[in-house]
Design a protein around this ligand. Sequence first.
Ligand code: BES
Ligand code: ZN
Length: 456
Amino acid sequence: MQQTQSYIEANRQRFLDELFDLIRIPSVSTNPDHDKDLQRAAEFVQDCLKAAGADKVEICPTNRHPIVYAEKIIDPKLPTVLVYGHYDVQPADPIELWDAPPFEPTLKDGKIFARGACDDKGQMFMHIKAFEAMMATGELPCNVKFMIEGEEEIGSENLPQFIRENSEKLKADIVLISDTSMIANDIPSITVGLRGIAYVQVEVTGPDRDLHSGSYGGGVVNPINALCQMIAKLKDDKNRITIPGFYDKVVELSAEERAAMAKVPFDLEAYKADLGIEDVAGEEGYTTLERVSVRPTLDVNGIWGGYTGEGAKTIIASKAYAKISMRLVPNQESEEIIRLFSNYFTSLAPKGVKVKIDYYHGGEPVVIPTDLAAYKAAELAMSQTFGKKPIPQRSGGSIPIVQLFKSVLGVNSVLMGFGLDSDAIHSPNENFGLFNYYKGIETIPYFYKNFAELSK
Ligand code: BES
Ligand code: ZN
């Protein structure tokens, strides 16, 4: 691995410049105006994989954004790592809250500021550069396949079909993903669980047109007021979700698991200070770390209706909308949760309004065993480069494909992420530390080496 590390050292600046070029492509998957940018980003990734020495590099079209596939099989008898990542990003809005243009990467305080700097262009690109370094030095110790998609941020809609249809091509011993975070730069951790997700948009319709709020106010159900009341009823005063059956399948943590979680370093005062809040809130009886990782939750992600422009307009709107996400934990199932939500939410509507519910995306929760050879390989790799054994930790985010890899291909994943919660992913001023970018590139080759050795 020494030559690989020297190669990385000698190519630091270029590795950064190339990441910057990828970041400059505004590949916002949810917005059809950017479809061409997704294609361009896919081509960029394809070119990098080709240049790094991968074989069978191809862009696989889907119903929406393409998937980039590549592989390097050095010996079919050796184990195979499937690297998964995504080149799509979340919208940069609200753009006015960024200190610098979101798609023009800027270096400040040792961090790269840009949309996608961490999630997931920066983290995904570490893998391409680590691969390039191992190839250039002849030190790649096992087979590798890459599957880099462009729909992660919109629920990986076309991925299930792709992996079902390409199960032979994607055959691997482990999936390796860097799309999660660590506790801190001096407290490395490996993610061993992800929450699932069920995402809906609700529409509440009252009168068939906007009305004068003086002439009609007080006489009809106001859809915006109704929507607010309905949403308020989704949680009780203990912050428990009131949807009947919602918790039925939730696996409670054992006393030992809770005790282990309580030992994970977490500074509540620093957490509050960082967010500019006076106090935290959540389900009664659980700690903040538990609430944001091993407990399910329900949040309104957006709400609108009526007049929202400058000044005042006196109306009762015809319609009100909200986008609502539910984060799920084992053994909740997104489809069932959507059904329970829909029945209950509809039942909360007062007479005089109609409710329509659109289902956006879902994904299943996952917990990853820590007795896998690949987990041990990651643990050892991080110990080698951080000088400290990483802590296993369940995360509150979702990567729907992880559970699908398990159920469709029968393959486990290792979530060796190098981001930090303070990277502001999905928020204005997203950033990724140079320390983290290079630490990732440095650590990945050790994973390969350890995995090849532990699989013997
Ligand atoms: N990188 C995140 C997932 C993540 C976030 C893991 C924080 C760990 C901590 C990923 O790109 C993401 O944002 N996923 C979406 C999935 C959704 C659109 C189906 C998410 O969690 O909102
Ligand atoms: Zn994301």
